[in-house]
Structures are given as C-alpha cells and as structure tokens.
Design a protein around this ligand. Sequence first.
Ligand code: 3PG
Length: 391
Amino acid sequence: KKTLHDLDLKGKKVFCRVDFNVPMKNGEVRDDTRIKAALPTINYLVEQGAIVILASHLGRPKGEVVEELRLDPIANRLSDLIGKEVVKTDAVYGSEVNEAVSNITDGDILLIENVRFEAGEEKNDAQLAQSFADMADVYVNDAFGAAHRAHASTTGVAEKLPAAAGFLMEKEINVLGKALADPERPFTAIIGGAKVKDKINVIDNLLDKVDNLIIGGGLAYTFIKAKGYEIGNSLLEEDKIDLAKEFMQKAQEKGVNLVLPVDAIVADDFSETANTKIVDIEEIPADWEALDIGPKTRDKFTQIIEASKLIIWNGPMGVFEYNAFAGGTKAVAEALANTNGYTVIGGGDSAAAVEKFGFAEEMDHVSTGGGASLEFMEGKVLPGVQALNDK
Ligand code: 3PG
C-alpha cells in the first residue's frame, strides 16, 4: 500500500477524502476533533505544493440537498485551524467545481459540498466516481471514519487514480492492526454499550485474541441473566441468552478471563432523577433496572486495567449521559488514563466519554472511527482500506 511519501505531489491536483462528519450545533461545529486529525495530511499536501480538493460527507442526507448539512461551517473552521483560505463550492461536481479548481493554484485548498447530497455517493456509482477522478491527478484517502463504507468517494474513485492512504488513515490502521495482530500481553478488551446485538462479531473476534474480556454496559445484563440471575427491568435481549452462554463457554475453552459486573447501580426509573441504590449483581430487585456498574465492579475493572500491557475500549459502562449513571464509565476512563499499559479507545461513545471526562490527552490512541473501528476490531477488512491495498 502506498503512502503519501511515495507520491510526487508538486502542482498535482489531489482529491483527498476526509471524514469531516463532525457533531454540529446551531449551524456551528461542536467538536472539531476529526478536522484536527486530518490536518497533518492537509498540511503536508499544502507544503508539497499540491492543489488540494477535499471531500467529505456530513450526516445522512440520502442523496438530497439538506441546507443544514452544507459544509460551509466546516470550511470556516478548517480555515481558522489552518490559517489559510479554504474555497468552498456549493456543488459536489460539475462546472462550478471545475471552475473553482481552475482558479486555485499550488498549495491552495478547496472543499467540495457534502458528497452525500449526490445519490450516487452511497451507491458507489461509477459515473460519480469518474467525476471525482476527472477533477484530480491523485487520490488520497484519509477518512478512516468512513473506511467501512464502500462509496464513490471512498472506494469507487480509488480504482480510477493513483491512490494512497493519508497519515491519519495510516496511523489508525497501524495502531489498531498491531493491537490485534501482535498484542502486548496481558491484553484486555473492555466492551460496553447497550446491546449484545451490536457487539456479537467484536466479542467473537476478541475472544480469539485477548487475555481478559471485560463486559460492562447494558449488554452485560443478558450475560448475567444467562448465568441464571434475575435482572429486574435491566436491558435484556431474550434471543441472545444462548449466545451469551456460548461466549462464556468459548472464553473458558480459550482460557480467556471473561469479566462481568459484580454489582450495579439500579434505578426505579430510566431518568436522571430516579431513586437509586447499589446492589450486588445477584440481588437486582424486580422493577429496578441496572444503569451503571457499581463500586466493587469499578475496583475490579481498574485492577485488571492496571495489570494490562494493552487495553482497548469500546462502549460505555452505563448511561453516562446522565450524571447519576456516569460514574462507571468515568472510572474506566480514569483507570485507562492512569495505567502504564498502551490504551486504545475505539471511537464513537467511548471517545466521546474520554473527551467529556477530560482524559482524551492521556490516552495513547483515540480512534476517529466509530463504526469503522468497531468493524476493524471485528476482524473485517474495511472496503476503503481494501481499495488502497488493491492498488
Ligand atoms: C461515522 O461518523 O461513523 C462516519 O463518519 C460514518 O458515518 P455513517 O455511519 O453515516 O456512514
């Protein structure tokens, strides 16, 4: 696979796919982590004298123009971060874009409109991919966060131009790839989140690799139920109880220490102001639901994290959006911040949590991918990465 350093970029038009799908609020960028993460690549392209054509999606406009999903606020934020004008077009391709491209010169930056305004983007339409290719001499993909999508701007265009991974893409693949292929041990994975359904493949794959598999969050209660305990009103996926049993069996066969919560904070209602109490896991009362891990569980998870050389984390331990149930997720984030082991945070909610609690700087790697890092940890080859590998 080629890297940016392999390409001659001076005076070349570079179509660079980035993931600027950032959280917005009132027409402003609320969190610019993903924009900042793309700066090393963008700066390098500028320094090398490339004509930089950036492309991204924002949200899910499904092939239609949605005014709130235009990329103008993102162009402005990028311009502020980079200290340089960023030309923004209102079209994704066509005469307006061609003219804008012909009006800029070496080291200039242009951002085309939200690629998902075109229905062909998500269909990986060959004509749209050709329109992207026609704009440029070279394709660079730095959108790790969108690498699990086989779309016109992530895979289609890669087939039509000399192509390389950007620095962010390279770093994400190297860090996550090494963690899974050649882990330092003890290797611990922490899996949280609401549903077993969303984590089946990642749990299955990690059971072949880790020494400890910690399960917290809503999905833990299907496992607790599978062990034969009553879980009150806690989240339960009835149809996944057998699967949970299989996972526990597989852990035993593989010599993996599968760790479940030993206590919980239970509430009499799913709300910030519910009555709460701490109970041992085998004593969850009927009509109460577990919304966070309890203090004994926090200590237990922390000890395992402290004794690990490599820890990857995906998914919160409780309903951390509510302060009353944020303590478990915070305790795990804190343990990761304090450990000497190498810490990898899968994107999405876990990345949001370390950011919220102020520990992002203490982590060794916070992935910019949500779905992409999850699918990577499932052992899948991401189509956006595959398209670069095929070159
Ligand atoms: C993400 O935020 O995970 C990526 O930008 C992909 O977005 P999508 O799930 O809408 O394809």
